[in-house]
Design a protein around this ligand. Structure first.
Ligand code: NAP
Length: 246
């Protein structure tokens, strides 16, 4: 058994892959051999650059614009991928937003948008690709959650709820599809160096027992690791430099 997952002949969809963690995951899956659909919301130029980088490495990739909280847009994106790359074998639900709000300034609109983009999107994308995975009897789904699913984190309770919900989806789907050859796991990063964490980086790094922020590539490595294991399902892998439940 090879310890390096071989994704040659597989098609991967990574949501929110124009930047940050999603970009690193898209590049890593392509290096492992997959053809990659690079989803984005508004930053087309960034997504195009990820597609070009994958092409330079000799793999196929396409950019797909879609607001993954919109079921019509998700259905159209999955059709586009099937036509241009083939059916999706690996889904990484990574797209997310972190609207920082204290208890007193959190609005209903912030709550609804966060749940739609971070949680409902994972449900919509999973439902859209599952029938094909089940028919082919192979699939890998990885949900990018957060240490904030279990700890309080720095964003707000709406974000906590969205990420805890994703971990519920992970466990709920995992037992229902494991006999179809599909695994469903979560990777839960904390304080990774991307646009999302904004400023105060030194202050934030000082909260991590390891003493530094994590890198998107370290999250991508954990994602590839769970994709390579057929017996591991329903799990949450923390990537947090030792920072538990903060
Ligand atoms: P980021 O740098 O802000 O990138 C967010 C990505 O999500 C972008 O590609 C963005 O597309 C996309 N996106 C946002 N809304 C979308 C929508 N409605 N439809 C489709 N795509 C959408 O964030 P990141 O730090 O890489 O975070 C990636 C994931 O990791 C998120 O789920 C986040 O909650 C999670 N996470 C991050 C950290 C951290 O410390 N950074 C920690 C824990 C968990 P555009 O470029 O087109 O806007």
């Amino acid at each position: 058994m090879s310890l390096h997952p071989d994704l040659n002949g597989r098609v991967a969809l990574v949501t929110g892959a124009s930047r940050g963690i999603g970009k690193a995951i898209a590049l890593t899956l392509a290096e492992a051999g997959a053809a990659v659909a690079v989803n984005y919301h508004s930053r087309a130029a960034e997504a195009r650059r990820v597609v070009e980088a994958i092409g330079t490495g000799g793999r196929r990739a396409i950019a797909c614009a879609a607001d993954v909280s919109d079921s019509g847009a998700v259905a159209a994106m999955v059709r586009q991928i099937e036509v241009e790359l083939g059916a999706v074998d690996v889904l990484v639900n990574n797209a997310g937003i972190g609207i920082a709000r204290g208890l007193d300034d959190l609005s209903e609109a912030d709550f609804d948008r966060t749940i739609a983009v971070n949680l409902k999107s994972a449900f919509l994308c999973t439902q859209a690709v599952l029938p094909g995975m089940r028919a082919r009897r192979w699939g890998r789904i990885v949900n990018i959650t957060s240490g904030a699913a279990r700890g309080s984190g720095i964003v707000g309770v709406h974000y906590n709820a969205s990420k805890a919900g994703m971990e519920g989806l992970t466990r709920g789907y995992s037992t229902r599809v494991v006999k179809d050859g599909i695994t469903v796991n979560a990777v839960a990063p904390s304080l990774i160096e991307t646009d999302m964490i904004g400023g105060h980086r030194e202050e934030r790094a000082a909260r991590v027992p390891l003493g530094r922020l994590g890198t998107p590539e370290e999250v991508a490595q954990a994602t590839l690791m769970v994709i390579g294991n057929a017996y591991m399902t329903g799990q949450t892998i923390q990537v947090n430099g030792g920072m538990h439940f903060i």
